[in-house]
Design a protein around this ligand. Structure first.
Ligand code: PBG
Ligand code: ZN
Length: 332
């Protein structure tokens, strides 16, 4: 910019001198309204089963939800996203479409206790299929993308019927957004938005979630349908397609090590609300380092979330949501 040597030394530190000056020029803030908490709903009774690799998180049965929902409401969070762990699995994940399925029951229970709390329903088959893949299998033991779409539409309709406020398909099936949109519209749920996991990578950071949701693939991996971590430009194709198919909101997942992707998607689609999912492995890494005293947990967590907003995320799904909402309250 300047060819000639500067006469005055630039002193950027002038604006960093006091907390008030730093607050005055701060570009990004983290708010409790930015945070969504995932919950694992297990079929059965009186279950509050801690998840070893995710300290502080547990699988809850529907009858144990009320206490958790009370504390979520007290923390001031806007919403939760639900994952179900059914007692029976089958090749087609049929139970995910049942009116009395575990997530459907959980939604009704939450809506009875806290009707204003946003309930996002994750839509996928991997928790419900006996083989653990996100779609039904085809003969060549690949995934039958198109046969999966009608089940996802049926599952979505059932979740909307139970009272879900937002439908969030996570299976990375091609055409899932339009299939679900058409299904919802036909069933009279034209007012229910779709949050598409548009950009979901085949990541090593989902390990703890697979313990939590009991949905690990029984053979192979998910690289045939989730994105290759090597690709960035392809994320924009995924996002564009989902927007064209009618997605109301997009998601990038995982979050922290894909901040460049969050940035690119937000730049390309500034008008589409963008979520980032700080996944189980990101949570587990922070927890493990904190437990060893190697990082300051609170500082590291706040920095990780603030960075996602700086990159372009409008809201963040994180297992830290409630903790952070409580921390933010203390600050005031
Ligand atoms: C499954 C699903 C996964 C997560 C959310 N939905 C795991 C996977 O694809 O194997 C991961 C969430 C996390 O790790 O916190 N459709
Ligand atoms: Zn899945």
């Amino acid at each position: 910019m300047f060819d000639a040597p500067l006469k005055l030394p630039l002193r950027l530190q002038r604006l960093r001198r006091t907390p008030a000056l730093r607050a005055l020029i701060r570009e990004t803030v983290l708010d409790k309204n930015d945070l969504i908490l995932p919950l694992f709903i297990k079929s059965g009774e009186n279950i509050c089963q801690p998840i070893t690799s995710m300290p502080g998180c547990c699988q809850l049965s529907v009858d144990r939800l009320d206490e958790e929902i009370d504390s979520i409401v007290k923390s001031g969070l806007l919403g939760v996203i639900l994952f179900g762990i059914p007692d029976k699995k089958d090749p087609h994940g049929e139970v995910s479409c049942h009116d009395d399925g575990v997530v459907q029951q959980a939604i009704r229970c939450i809506k009875a206790i806290a009707p204003q709390l946003l309930v996002i329903a994750d839509v996928c088959l991997c928790e419900y299929t006996d083989h653990g893949h996100c779609g039904v299998l085809s003969d060549e033991s690949g995934i039958d993308n198109d046969a999966t779409l009608s089940i996802l539409a049926e599952q979505s309709e059932s979740l909307a019927h139970a009272g879900a406020d937002i439908i969030a398909p996570s299976g990375m099936m091609d055409g899932m957004v339009v299939a679900i949109r058409e299904g919802l519209d036909k069933a009279g749920f034209t007012h229910i938005p779709i949050l598409s996991y548009a950009v979901k990578y085949a990541s090593a950071l989902y390990g703890p979630f697979r313990e939590a949701a009991e949905g690990a693939p029984q053979f192979g991996d998910r690289r045939g349908y989730q994105m290759d971590p090597a690709n960035g430009a392809e994320a924009l194709r995924e996002a564009k397609l989902d927007v064209e198919e009618g997605a109301d909101m997009l998601m990038v997942k995982p979050a922290g090590i894909y901040a460049d992707v969050i940035y690119r998607v937000k730049q390309a689609f500034p008008g589409i609300p963008l979520a980032a999912y700080q996944v189980s492995g990101e949570y587990a890494m922070l927890k493990a380092a904190a437990a060893n005293g190697w990082i300051n947990e609170r500082a590291a967590v706040m920095e990780s979330l603030l960075s996602l907003k700086r990159a372009g995320a409008d809201f963040i799904i994180t297992y830290y949501a409630k903790t952070v909402a409580d921390w933010l309250k203390e600050q005031v």
